[in-house]
Write a protein that binds this ligand. Structure first.
Ligand code: HEM
Ligand code: HEM
Length: 225
């Protein structure tokens, strides 16, 4: 069966870097102590990755664009009834699309609340100095008591879903996220994934990193960590 490029290289690198950072963030945040220095660095890297993904959702490869994986209720119902069209499931399937948005939002909420969080011992998010005490307590509470269990639950559910698709549906989704291609015999657009797109992704990543650098420097000038 012929294969088409579904996940361009920038999306795949984004995914595996994000997964590594998030696992390390949950570990470093939970252990605390000196590991918080790494927690902050990884947190900035994750925020950069998330901003990159938001931009890539508009200018990236066909299947990475938000416009091409909108979780329409009709499509979700069709999918759950087992009546999805082949095009519905070539990229993220309708239920998967919904979970991608939930994960991206939860991760953004976690990274932004981290910028305002304060562990009341030695580590304070770079923007806490600009917020009221109430806002800092709210952000810290959200970060530690809501965001942490929410993200762990979403990550576990995510991996269980991938295992389910492999064992029950016989779909090798991980392989697609590794080499980028999916086998299909339907006529469908492929994601552009050439040198031009990859260089464009690097420029976008540099812009996002510059923005996060600037945000963090605001904190340094306000006396934060
Ligand atoms: C905490 C760690 C993880 C996070 C936060 C995470 C997050 C995400 C996100 C945001 C996407 C959407 C990709 C995009 O369109 O940009 C995605 C897709 C995907 N992830 Fe993960 N992921 C994690 C761990 C893993 C692991 C360990 C695996 C392998 C078992 C995995 C396999 C996949 C696959 C196969 C897809 C594509 C699903 C599809 O074909 O629709 N992820 N993940
Ligand atoms: C998506 C990215 C992030 C994840 C998944 C994450 C996860 C975590 C976790 C699991 C904890 C431990 C909570 C606890 O058990 O008490 C924690 C604590 C903390 N994180 Fe993050 N974090 C992220 C981003 C950030 C960022 C960007 C910053 C700041 C720049 C930050 C600052 C903090 C602080 C100050 C604490 C200590 C809060 C407390 O003592 O209650 N985090 N984080």
């Amino acid at each position: 069966m012929p294969a088409i490029r579904v996940w361009d290289l920038p999306t795949r690198l984004f995914h595996w870097s994000l997964a590594t950072c998030v696992i390390a963030l949950i570990a470093s945040g939970s252990i605390g102590g000196a590991w918080m220095e790494w927690h902050f660095r990884l947190g900035y890297a994750t925020l950069t990755l998330l901003l990159f993904r938001l931009g890539w959702g508009f200018v990236g490869g066909y299947w990475s664009r938000f416009a091409h994986f909108i979780p329409w209720p009709g499509a979700i119902v069709r999918y759950l009834k087992g009546k999805a069209t082949p095009l519905d499931t070539l990229g993220h399937n309708p239920l998967g699309s919904l979970s991608v948005y939930v994960m991206l939002l939860a991760l953004l909420g976690q990274a932004v609340s981290g910028l305002f969080a304060d562990d009341a011992i030695s580590y304070t998010g770079p923007l806490a100095a600009y917020a009221s005490e109430d806002t800092v307590s709210l952000a810290t509470w959200y970060h530690a008591d809501i965001g942490k269990p929410l993200l762990i639950a979403l990550a576990v559910l995510h991996v269980l879903a991938i295992v389910f698709y492999r064992l029950v549906r016989g779909q090798r989704l991980v392989a697609g996220m590794v080499h980028g291609d999916r086998q299909t015999d339907i006529e469908a657009p492929a994601s552009a994934d050439g040198l031009r797109q990859r260089l464009g992704a690097l420029v976008l990543l540099a812009i996002c990193a510059g923005f996060v650098w600037w945000l963090v420097s605001l904190g340094a000038s306000a006396g934060g960590y």
